[in-house]
Design a protein. Structure first.
Length: 443
């Protein structure tokens, strides 16, 4: 880019056009490359080296200092008796005497909803029928005569019944409490040990771990990843074998069906007398009559049908009986298993097992019967790769989620049932239809 010179210059050169040299060679490319950023960075690096070394390579103790004594001028500037409030508190303490405008809509007396009110019969006046009745009563024309008799007892001398005072004791109200409230929660760990609320992590979970601990934990996580990948590949291979077997069985079924169709066609052709080869009229008719099966009578068919129904009924009864025995056995096993787990949990709780449970962090072996229909959420992989390890705490990036860890800990301890997040609730489906009014007619 040409350099623009000011109008007032000290040089006495005549004005001339800027001459651009060729920019097609490597020399011109190197000449026109902008290296100001590189030069600026090198200058800053040289200044840091002159001042005592590169800042990124220096320790935190060389860059920062902890002030233990404090500033002696603060007590003079801000004496104890002067209590100055914040500006935000002053703004919040201001209260107006005028009440705020209500947010609720208030309709006026003349405002209507556009609907014509239904006319109703007035109830604040006397009808002609009641007026005529009242006039007859005033004239002494009663429809029914009432005979007044003297009272045989004094109403006010009757003994007063004292109702017993019932005091409600809210502490003794009968509330139906589920029986599980009296039982201790059972953890999901297969061993039945009481899992602590906050597990103590090992040395491999540190942001600046020891090499031996980090190497051991990295090897463990690598073995887990390899095992998971092997299981995935085995599942894919099993699915592929199952698919190939299904395709093979389908092909065999099609071939068998074709053979059956061919055999039926040959039998039909033989019965009709169209067998391949030279046909002899006398011999073929005799052979066909000899091979042709006899037709069953209706009695034989009914007997076969009854026998098949009896066999099916016997099989059905045997299956129902075996199923009932199996269900009863399953209930007994479930009751025994629950009793054993409860006894094991209570024994471990009473014994006060103080064994460290740090190894349960992400590697616990869970029991088969879990709490709820959803599975326990997987634990996040809390591992930093070797190339992500930082040498300084200033470059550290915190990881993890305390809320998720707390929720998973409560689920493992059996205090909360596993739930699944539903971001959108399913809405009811609506179907719009058009009414056929042209069908509503009367002749």
């Amino acid at each position: 880019m040409p350099v623009i010179k000011p109008l007032s210059s000290d040089s006495n050169d005549a004005p001339s056009q800027y001459k651009q040299t060729s920019r097609k060679g490597k020399k011109a490319w190197r000449k026109n490359v902008d290296v100001t950023d590189v030069q600026k960075g090198l200058e800053e690096l040289n200044e840091e080296i002159i001042q005592g070394g590169v800042i990124r390579e220096r320790d935190s103790a060389d860059l920062f200092a902890i002030d233990i004594e404090g500033d002696s001028q603060i007590s003079k500037k801000y004496p104890k008796h002067a209590k100055k409030t914040l500006k935000a508190d002053e703004i919040l303490n201001r209260r107006s005497a005028v009440p705020a405008v209500p947010m609720r809509k208030r309709f006026g007396d003349n405002t209507t909803n556009g609907l014509v009110p239904v006319k109703r019969q007035r109830s604040d006046w006397v009808t002609h029928k009641n007026l005529a009745r009242l006039q007859r009563i005033a004239d002494g024309q009663h429809e029914t005569t009432i005979q007044v008799n003297d009272a045989t007892f004094d109403l006010w001398d009757a003994p007063q019944e004292v109702e017993p005072e019932t005091k409600l004791d809210h502490t003794k109200l009968h509330v139906k409490v589920p029986k599980t409230m009296k039982q201790m929660p059972i953890s999901l760990v297969a061993s039945g040990k009481a899992v602590p609320a906050v597990q103590k992590p090992s040395g491999g979970y540190s942001y600046n771990p020891v090499f031996t601990d980090y190497e051991e934990r990295l090897a463990q996580e690598s073995e887990k990843a390899v095992e998971a990948e092997k299981k995935r590949l085995a599942a894919e291979e099993a699915a592929q074998l199952k698919q190939d077997a299904a395709a093979k069985s389908a092909a065999e079924a099609e071939a068998a069906e074709e053979r059956a169709n061919m055999s039926e066609w040959e039998e039909d052709s033989e019965w009709e007398g169209f067998q391949s080869g030279v046909e002899d009229a006398g011999s073929s008719s005799a052979a066909a009559a000899a091979k042709r099966p006899k037709r069953k009578t209706q009695v034989q068919r009914n007997r076969i049908k009854r026998r098949r129904e009896d066999e099916q009924l016997a099989k059905h009864k045997a299956a129902i009986k075996a199923r009932r025995l199996q269900e009863a056995r399953i209930r007994e096993l479930a009751a025994e298993l629950d009793a054993k787990e409860q006894a094991r949990a209570l024994a471990l709780l009473n014994a006060g097992d103080s064994e460290s449970e740090g190894e349960l962090r992400g590697t616990e072996k869970l029991r088969r019967r879990q709490l709820g229909k959803y599975k326990l959420p997987e634990h996040d992989l809390e591992l930093v790769l070797p190339d992500e390890l930082q040498e300084s705490l200033r470059l550290l990036r915190p990881e993890g989620n305390l809320l998720q860890d707390r929720y998973r800990s409560m689920v493992v301890r059996g205090k909360v049932e596993t739930r699944r997040h539903i971001p959108f609730h399913r809405q009811a489906r609506t179907k719009a239809t058009e009414k056929w009014t042209h069908k509503d007619f009367i002749l």
